[in-house]
Design a protein around this ligand. Sequence first.
Ligand SMILES: O=P(O)(O)OC[C@H]1O[C@](O)(CO)[C@@H](O)[C@@H]1O
Length: 245
Amino acid sequence: MKIIIANDYEDMSRKAANYLSAQVIMKPDAVLGLATGETPIGAYKQLVEWYNKGDIDFSQTSTINLDEYKGLTGDHKQSYRYFMDTNLFDLINIKKSNTYLPNGMAEDEEAECARYEGIMKQLGNIDMQLLGIGLNGHIGFNEPGESFEKTTHCVQLTQSTIDANQRLFDEGEAVPEKAFTMGIKSIMQSKHILLIANGEKKAQIIRDAFFGPVTPKVPASILQLHNNVTVIVDKEAGKLIKDVL
Ligand SMILES: O=P(O)(O)OC[C@H]1O[C@](O)(CO)[C@@H](O)[C@@H]1O
């Protein structure tokens, strides 16, 4: 595992974007696993900037996202499809038909999970998987539990995740209680995993996830068993790991 402590959010974002763009430059038809949340917004902005300068070409690239809320349409402002379209896909030359997210409106949960697994099988292993981390250690929406869920599944979100995400919804608007998420196995099968985190509130979970026991109670801790993980944190998120580096 490689841990990089960046100076601040901008530096973390630029470093993450560097890894992602290098992947696409080296392998134009790369499969990128992408994440939503506040953390990756800066990295996506940086990629768009480099794309506008003519430095990266996404025309052959495919992407597959970690998760999607159940019950939100792709044009709902809080859906992850909308997030990806507005923060990245609509701003670069990627083919929309090569961008995949679970369908939040699917009624048959099992069928939707099977469809998503099928897409992953077709795409092959993800070349580079970008991850954020939840305050409780979730990756994608793999919430803390008794075992590591391996494949795509529909989860009941924990109250702490619902509360953490409430800030992004309009006042009085309910946060969905369920979401489709890629499983731990697909994440672990990625060839390279890039996890980013910033801010003091992530400091404790960064320490627990990467220097504590591997346990489904901290889903991100499984990444300790992957042989190609790069963790990029800003100084604040990295402040409790300085003594162990
Ligand atoms: O980047 P944020 O907004 O802190 O979110 C962290 C994690 O939480 C989620 O947004 C889901 O709650 C993930 O998609 C993300 O990786």
